[in-house]
Design a protein around this ligand. Structure first.
Ligand code: ADP
Ligand code: MG
Ligand code: MG
Length: 898
């Protein structure tokens, strides 16, 4: 079994299909090498070795790898004509992590490995570039100490000792940019850096290149279990046993002078999806300089450069002199880069995100991957690639991450409110959307407010958790490919980056612009689509959807097997969902309607009544209100089925629990306060979720079911008179036994019959039940003898199958997930193994009795992509979810069917 796969020189052992073994970066480096793209030669140590290392430890792993790694290094030496460990002509290496999915900035990279006090002199002589050699050396010490010797600060509040030395020297020399350091400065930095290492670790900086190499390889393996990587994995649901590969590669140098540089580029716009090659670069720079925002990066293309200058309000002359595009500055390199991006996009048939380095006029490609993008860009790119013939319809649909559609459906700033908005500064439109929140300056404080705007000079990977909590991200430094921008786009979070006018003071926790100061907790708004930073709160409105969005939705129809319905309790929600393509209502909860002020009184009267007669009188008052509700909903869903669930929650939820309201109620009903109190006490339950609720209400108080049925049927008849078709499906909740269902159905049917006779007219309706108690799933064959449809209420079914109270589970679920006892929250992602069995069994047994039994799902799971896929596999007729998740469910349903 090979543990090491080499690449370079237009050949490779691996290819892009081997991403599980070689990681995404390694697999793509191999692929690029094979198709003739210039990548520096190197080798990949497989992800399997990461797992071996985790159980065997360092020494045994080195033993396993030694021969293969030594052979691979000498392969690189041959190609490069340099020698690893040689002082006169040293080969320097980069050591890069790379898991099977890209985790930007989540793990660590070491560059310029192989340098020491002797080799730096050799390198300077060979390249006749002393400055470059010492610049590389100081970078190496800082990275190696940070990554391998663990000297990188844990949080942003802590001071990075190396950055501190750099800042100090810049101040002393009166310079602002790292390119202004002299050879002497760089030598001083190296000296001071080594000193810090010795003081902090107690050991001198390691001078043996092989020791450096093994140390770095193991550090990359270790970084797989570092806090940042673990958090990122959890956020995305990636398992820990995937491991990371290690890529060891010859260095190419972007810091050799003005004929060198480094950059990042995208084959299309990752924010909007526009088919426009774009990116950023820096002259005389290395590694993450572009992303870290140490200087203002320049644009790759002339168009991009002009757009940038317009936004940043830079004059054309200054732009050309100070920030020329690569296209203008190095036209032939630009042409070459353009042709590679074209080749790569056509090769991978997807938008690519690439990294490159120019060493003394020669272009090298260091990485390519399918680019992260916003929801809007995802939709546009999928549709464009389809129209360009690069992907077929199925592939276009499969390219979508359904959850990301969410971003498109959320509010943007109200243009009218924006007219009055006071724009205090402008940054780059790094990740679109609108965000309003309170200022915080530290990632670990983002949680302090419900809506926070994380504001930083720049962000770094340790800020990711805080960025996730924040509503928006604002940085003073860094371009469109800065860490903040890339991560925010991945999260679908609004971000404005590189707002140079902002002065951020971490000590005083203030942000000042043009002499005006804003403090932590002050409200601020960000427009991620224009880069505007606005004082105070700004009103938002619903977004308008693009043509491509509609086209993809329509396309999904062609492949999907399931219907997507919505859960809606009001005509407004129903209309929104219908606009998103909902094909009916899968769940209307009737109780929400009772909570309105004028109704709750009648409802309480009904509950407090001691006799059937008293209850009936109160229900008489409720009838017209319910009927009007149903008319509104049926009308909004004209021609489409609407499932109405009968009253479900325990009655005590409706009675007042505060003295003042109890007094009011007593007065209203002309009864004594103590009578009210007694009734409230009587309704108190130890386990309301397992108590007097669902069909147990309708079976003990049949008049409630009668009233609700009457309201439904009369509403449908009233609409019929107006020429509007209503298709009610009456759903009995919380069935556990056949008799419970049968009794409810009898009441429903006889009430309907009575109304038909009164009106001398009729409509079609059906009666069915929720399956949400495990016993109902077990008895499904019996229940299907009468029920015309099943709707799995997976919220209650999960609650009762696990025995986890939904309302109390938040105390232990997070800990369970953290400890790996549960893979995810079963109330969010359906538990296919356990709860799923009840769903499959219930469906199967039900259909054994009634082959054409209509089956759907109406829990929260109905809009969660993996659960939708599960429903498809179980041959459900429909899923039902909240209105804004309808598009997500539609795409997920189509993907499941492809
Ligand atoms: P990440 O996964 O965080 O993007 P990379 O492994 O891509 O980390 O490394 C970060 C940066 O280091 C790259 O963007 C590139 O600029 C630089 N780099 C990596 N390998 C080399 C190399 N062989 N030569 C020059 N620069 C390199
Ligand atoms: Mg990195
Ligand atoms: Mg990279």
């Amino acid at each position: 079994k090979a543990r090491v796969y080499t690449f370079g020189n237009k050949t490779a052992d691996g290819d892009s299909r081997m991403r599980n073994l070689l990681g995404g970066k390694g697999a793509n480096l191999a692929e690029m090498s094979k198709i003739g793209i210039p990548v520096p030669p190197g080798f990949t140590i497989t992800t399997e070795v990461c797992t071996e290392y985790n159980s065997l430890g360092m020494d045994a792993t080195v033993g396993l790898l030694k021969n293969e790694v030594e052979a691979a290094v000498s392969g690189i030496e041959k190609t490069m004509g340099t020698q690893f460990g040689d002082n006169d002509n040293p080969l320097l290496l980069s050591v890069r992590s790379g898991a099977r999915v890209s985790m930007p900035g989540m793990m660590d990279t070491v560059l310029n490995l192989g340098l020491n006090d002797e080799a730096v002199i050799g390198l300077a002589k060979r390249t006749r570039n002393e400055r470059f050699a010492w610049d590389s050396y100081r970078r190496f010490i800082q990275m190696y100490a940070g990554v391998v010797l663990g000297m990188k600060p844990e949080t942003k509040q802590d001071i990075d000792p190396f950055e501190e030395i750099i800042e100090h020297l810049k101040e002393k020399r009166g310079i602002t940019m790292d390119t202004e350091f002299t050879v002497q400065d760089l030598q001083d930095l190296v000296y001071d850096f080594k000193d810090v290492v010795k003081k902090r670790s107690g050991l001198p900086f390691p001078t043996d290149p092989w020791e450096q190499l093994w140390g770095s390889i193991m550090a990359v393996f270790d970084s797989w279990n570092g806090d940042r990587a673990v958090y990122y994995r959890k956020m995305n649901g990636y398992p820990g046993d995937w491991g990371t590969a290690v890529n060891v590669q010859a260095m190419v140098y972007g810091n050799m002078g003005d004929n060198s540089g480094t950059g990042v580029c995208f084959t299309r716009d990752a924010g909007t999806g526009e088919n426009l090659f774009n990116g950023e670069y820096l002259i005389n720079a290395q590694g993450e300089d572009v992303v870290a925002g140490v200087r203002t990066p320049q644009q790759i293309t002339q168009i991009g450069s002009k757009r940038w200058a317009e936004l940043a309000q830079v004059e054309e002359n200054d732009r050309i002199n100070d920030f020329p595009s690569l296209e203008e500055l190095m036209p032939s390199i630009y042409k070459e880069l353009y042709s590679y991006q074209d080749t790569l996009e056509k090769h991978y048939n997807d938008m690519q995100d690439m990294e490159f380095t120019i060493q003394d006029g020669k272009l090298w490609i260091l990485q390519t991957r399918n680019g992260k993008r916003t929801g809007a860009a995802m939709v546009k790119i999928a549709m464009d690639l389809l129209k360009e013939g690069m992907v077929n319809e199925q592939e276009a649909l499969l390219m979508l991450d359904p959850n990301k559609l969410d971003e498109l459906l959320h509010p943007i700033f109200d243009p009218n409110a924006l007219k009055r908005a006071h724009v205090i500064a402008q940054g780059l439109p790094a990740s679109p959307g609108a965000a309003t929140g309170q200022l915080v300056f530290f990632a670990d404080e983002a949680k302090k407010y419900k809506n926070s705007i994380l504001t930083r000079i720049e962000t770094s990977p340790e800020d990711v958790e805080g960025m996730n909590h924040a509503k928006g991200i604002l940085t003073a430094r860094g371009g469109m490919t800065s860490h903040a921008a890339v991560v925010a786009r991945g999260m679908g979070k609004c971000c404005v980056s590189g707002a140079g006018a902002l002065k951020i003071n971490y000590k005083t926790r203030t942000l000042s612009v043009d002499g005006k100061e804003y403090h932590e907790g002050d409200w601020i708004s960000l427009n991620g689509s224009t880069g505007n930073i606005i004082e105070g709160k700004v009103a938002t409105i619903e977004p308008e959807l693009s043509g491509e969005f509609a086209e993809l939705m329509e396309l999904s129809e062609k492949y999907t097997k399931m219907e997507v319905r919505t859960n809606a309790d009001s005509p407004k929600d129903a209309k929104v969902a219908r606009g998103f393509g909902a094909q009916g209502i899968g769940l209307t909860r009737t109780e929400h309607m009772f909570f309105e002020v004028d109704r709750i009184k009648a409802m309480r009267e009904m509950i407090l009544a001691d006799t059937v007669k008293g209850r009936r009188m109160a229900l008489e008052d409720l009838l017209p209100m319910q009927r009007a509700d149903f008319e509104g909903i049926f009308e909004a869903m004209e021609g489409l089925p609407v499932t109405v669930r009968l009253l479900d929650p325990p009655l005590h939820e409706f009675v007042p629990h505060q003295l003042a309201t109890q007094k009011e109620l007593a007065e209203d009903l002309h009864i004594s306060l103590s009578a009210v109190k007694n009734k409230v006490a009587e309704l108190q339950e130890f386990n309301p979720m397992l108590g007097h609720r669902g069909c147990r209400l309708g079976n003990t108080y049949p008049e409630i079911t009668e009233m609700q049925t009457r309201a439904i049927i009369e509403a449908a008849l009233n609409l019929k008179e107006k020429g509007i078709t209503a298709k009610p499906e009456i759903m009995v909740p919380l069935i556990g036994t056949f008799a419970e269902y049968e009794m409810q159905e009898d009441i429903i049917r006889s009430t309907a019959q009575q109304v038909f006779e009164e009106r001398n007219d009729s409509i079609d309706f059906s009666v069915g039940t929720m399956i949400e108690i495990p016993r109902a799933a077990l008895m499904a064959d019996k229940i299907a003898e009468k029920a015309e449809f099943f709707s799995f209420g997976t919220n209650d079914l999960t609650q009762m199958t696990y025995g986890y109270s939904r309302d109390d589970a938040s105390k232990f679920l997070p800990i369970y997930i953290e400890k790996g006892i549960l893979p995810s929250d079963p109330f969010e992602v359906i538990d296919q193994d356990g709860v799923g069995q009840l769903v499959s069994m219930g469906t199967e047994r039900g259909r054994k009795t009634k082959a054409d039994l209509k089956v759907g799902i109406c829990g929260e799971h109905g809009g969660e992509p993996s659960s939708v896929e599960f429903c498809h596999k179980n041959q459900m007729n429909y899923v039902s979810c909240s209105p804004f998740r309808v598009p997500i469910a539609r795409i997920a349903a189509a993907q499941a069917a492809i």
